[in-house]
Design a protein around this ligand. Structure first.
Ligand SMILES: NC(=O)c1ccc[n+]([C@@H]2O[C@H](COP(=O)([O-])OP(=O)(O)OC[C@H]3O[C@@H](n4cnc5c(N)ncnc54)[C@H](OP(=O)(O)O)[C@@H]3O)[C@@H](O)[C@H]2O)c1
Length: 331
């Protein structure tokens, strides 16, 4: 076996459906890039589930063979960039990694230097991947709400609260002094959400399974929405005068039928949040704030650690909405 060989989860599409298997590759198989990283951890978010299963309204991966994994953290082995040197600990999230460019479900990854940010001071590599794109996005949502004027002490709703983004968002908001409403389809997860800091539990069906309303009673000053669809419409309709909703997810659908009334009668703002192409300056600041607000890392109740071989089954489960919290992948 060549000395530069390593293991990876490789997607192939011999016929209509995607097949995923662990294969042995060498450095020559890796795509172009100026930094070679020895991957220590990756994670699994909803988009990784779509990539591995091929589910969803659009095909996430279009070119095969392909190594998925939107996020990874590891140590630089080789670098042709002045920004990083061997031994540096780096995080990769977004920029098409795991969608158009080979990702983190491999012991090695080669990417562009501008897609990497340093692991923030005080954060371990394991902690960085327990947050992953989910934690980064939750932080970006809170930053967006605060830029709009939503302030600590106010009521904030988090939809899809037991999911990866949702769990980190609940914990961050609680630590920052907000009163947190966790909306979940799983009433039995109330103890989990309360332990993370949720003050009130809202049943997802009471928001998402009612016909979209133009205006509903004002219930929260802000919201972080992972769900989209009718849920987002009703979250907007329930947001108090002058509040804002940070929208980042689509697990409940991409079509949102709403009216202008929340915007023109209550001055509510809809803030779009994207972690994939968000500028490095913004993401480095968000990673730093994550390290400051959760210096001790996420609690064990949020994290399930798996290996590369368990990814296909986990992908199917995340698409079915059966995963709680964050999936850490020990590469
Ligand atoms: N814009 C960005 O930059 C960005 C970054 C990261 C993620 N995202 C998106 O954010 C969303 C959440 O990501 P994630 O990684 O946290 O996913 P996740 O771990 O699968 O969590 C999603 C949660 O939403 C709820 N849910 C699942 N299926 C649902 C359905 N059909 N209808 C309503 N609720 C449903 C479930 O929570 P309950 O059981 O508690 O209801 C589930 O745990 C995804 O759409 C993802 O693509 C966007």
């Amino acid at each position: 076996m060549p000395s530069d060989s390593f293991k990876a989860l490789v997607l192939r599409r011999p016929f209509e459906t995607i097949e995923a298997a662990i294969e042995t590759l060498t450095d020559d198989n890796l795509p172009e890039g100026d930094v070679l990283v020895r991957v220590h951890y990756s994670d699994m978010g909803y988009k990784d589930g779509l990539a591995i299963t091929g589910a969803g309204h659009r095909q996430i991966v279009e070119s095969f063979p392909f190594v998925p994994g939107v996020d990874f953290v590891g140590i630089v082995e080789e670098s042709n960039s002045d920004s990083f040197k061997p031994g540096d600990k780096v995080i990769a999230t977004g920029w098409g990694i795991g969608e158009r460019h080979w990702g983190g479900y491999a012991e090695k990854a080669r990417v562009k230097a501008e897609w990497l940010v340093p692991v923030p001071t005080g954060m371990t590599m394991r902690q960085a991947m327990t947050h992953g794109s989910a934690g980064l996005s939750a932080m970006l949502c809170i930053n967006a709400l605060e830029r709009y004027g939503v302030a600590a002490g106010s009521d904030i709703l988090v939809t899809g609260a037991t999911g990866g983004v949702g769990s980190v968002a609940v914990m961050l908001l609680h630590r920052l002094g907000y009163r947190v409403f966790g909306a979940t389809s799983r009433a039995e997860e109330e103890p989990y959400l309360r332990a993370l800091g949720a003050d009130e539990i809202v049943l997802a069906k009471d928001i998402g399974d009612i016909p979209a309303q133009p205006l509903l009673p004002e219930r929260w000053a802000g919201a972080i929405d992972n769900v989209g669809g009718a849920t987002l419409a009703n979250v907007l309709a329930s947001t108090a005068y002058g509040g804002a909703v940070a929208a980042l997810g689509l697990v409940g659908g991409t079509n949102v039928q709403t009216t202008v009334l929340p915007f023109i009668k209550r001055g509510v703002a809809l803030l779009g949040v994207d972690s994939e192409k968000c500028p490095n300056k913004t993401r480095i600041a968000a990673w730093k704030r994550l390290a400051e607000v959760i210096p001790d890392g996420l609690p064990a109740s949020v994290i399930e650690e798996i290996g590369l071989d368990a990814l296909p089954a986990r992908a199917a489960a995340i698409i079915r909405g059966q995963i709680r919290g964050r999936t850490l992948v020990a590469v």
